[in-house]
Design a protein around this ligand. Sequence first.
Ligand code: PRX
Length: 633
Amino acid sequence: MTLQIRSLEQYHEAYRKSVEDPEGFWAEQASTFVWRKKWDSVLKNDFVTPDVQWFIGGKLNITENCLDRHIETRGDQIAIIWESNEAHEPSVKLTYRELLAEVNKCANALKAQGIGKGDRVCFYMPMIPQVAIAMLACARIGAIHSVVFAGFSANALAERIKDAQCKMVICSDYNRRGPKTIPVKSVVDEAISMGCDSVEKVLVYKSTGGKVKWDPNIDIWWHETVDNMGAECQAEVMDAEDMLFILYTSGSTGKPKGVVHTCGGYMVYTCYTFRNVFQYQDGDIYWCTADVGWITGHSYIIYGPLLAGATTMMFEGVPGHPDAGRFWHVCEKHRVNQFYTAPTAIRALMAAGWHAPEGYDLSSLKVIGSVGEPINEEAWHWYDEKVGHKRAPIVDTWWQTETGGIMITPLPHITDTKPCFASYPLPGVQPVLLDPNGVELEGNSVEGLLCIKYPWPSMLRTTYGDHERCRTNYFAAFHNMYFTGDGAKRDEDGRYRIIGRVDDVINVSGHRIGTAEVEDAINQHSGVVESAVVGYPHDIKGQGIYAYVKAHSEVVDEDHFRKEILDVVTKEIGPIAKPDKIQFVLQLPKTRSGKIMRRILRKIAEGQTDQLGDTSTLLNPECVEELKAGALE
Ligand code: PRX
């Protein structure tokens, strides 16, 4: 089993070793897994092209490490506990033995449908055990999963299916989220009708039993195929650097990009970080509330915990259903030991009642985690006092889709915690802060652009189908560095505090949204000439979306026009990208080269109209007064 750090001395020792001898350090971690063939060399380190490879020549299958190797020691231990959207419905529990059998049946079904090594399979699924089963089934046969968050629209889904040329889509009939039932299959049907010619089959899990449209040429029921398959399936032997999955994420320009993760390095890193960050001990019940449509769901609901032989919980519902006590009720019911959620959920639950968690027995909690966006001080203290009872430390974990696993975090009961600080790099992670010219800021009490200067095993390898985009996005800004897109501070003791994105990405309720994507969507409205989107502080969501829209003609009925714009954004991307505020303008502030001056728009959206700085270099400085006058509270 992957080694676990248990003291501050061990952390310092592991960190020192990981910097002095990174290859030796990671080889030691990797040797705790089952490999079909050992690697020939540990690392290819090219941070420029980039061409990073780990455990080169090694052969493995990640599912043998997630499942088969546990059968002897913990076959009858619960692997997955599933908690339904409806509080009164019974939980479902799958042991490691049962999970392996289900994964094998699904893997056999995929093979029977012609899916094989290297084929891409798109997922559009609710939070039900079948999503984990099918993802692992793909990994078992060497197919590449591309999970799309089930809140995205048909357009967004179609775009991702086409980009990865997926051969199959796996979905459910419907999705229950809180009080709503969302039609899933019909969104998939609509997406496929948008020219997704690569899709040969749609595998549908009957989740609610609601009515769906059926095309017998491509649609197949899960219960009619998977359930009839044999429970044995040989795992495909994969190269350490073969693709494991693609996950789309937003950047500052253009369409979302497909971040590619590979088998070996991702396996080693997610298991190592899971064991250490959550200090998981045998018998613990671990719960991460993320959706599997995001990287947190991949790394810390499925792969990390299963690799570590943990009991991981999946939750179908939402924090406020049937009431704001649901999370605490579930923690009490299952005696949860590690609880991992997002600041946006913490703020929403805090707003629902300062003392609310007091009615529940949260004494089982040993570690509580935060991920996805900066956690503000008030929320940190509330979480610490009302949920952790100052006994279960908060791990404020900083990482990204691209990093594959947690990078900067306190280690519970080992390193100290400080409100709003992600704190210390994990062993193997070498963060640096740079000034805008790329000069490294040495020493403590500095603030700059956060980069990582040495490869780590679970870093992205490319962006699917477009390696140049990966290079320009992450490796071109600063020589020999991975640029995160975040700004950060280092305090007087060397702890890191993440400030937030320095590029045109907004973090809305922990979801990454590119301003360019929202602008493209708004501009689809025939009445819109151009638009500019910025983020602004939002009490619950962290950041809200503020859109400035220039219309073709005078806007007579603003409310009606706003609604139409929201509809367009919902259709193009999904409800998560809907602007919170839309200000109609006659002009957008432009530089002489025609670029929109976003700094000014950001300040106005933030209500800091007295801090606009120099506006005289604008091509149209006269627009500033109009923008200020029309600003929305
Ligand atoms: O800005 C950082 C923020 O979320 C971004 C990554 O988003 P995504 O790829 O969707 O992954 C989210 C889950 C890992 C980062 O660039 N972020 C993530 N965690 C934190 C954070 N900001 C502050 N503190 C964090 N703990």
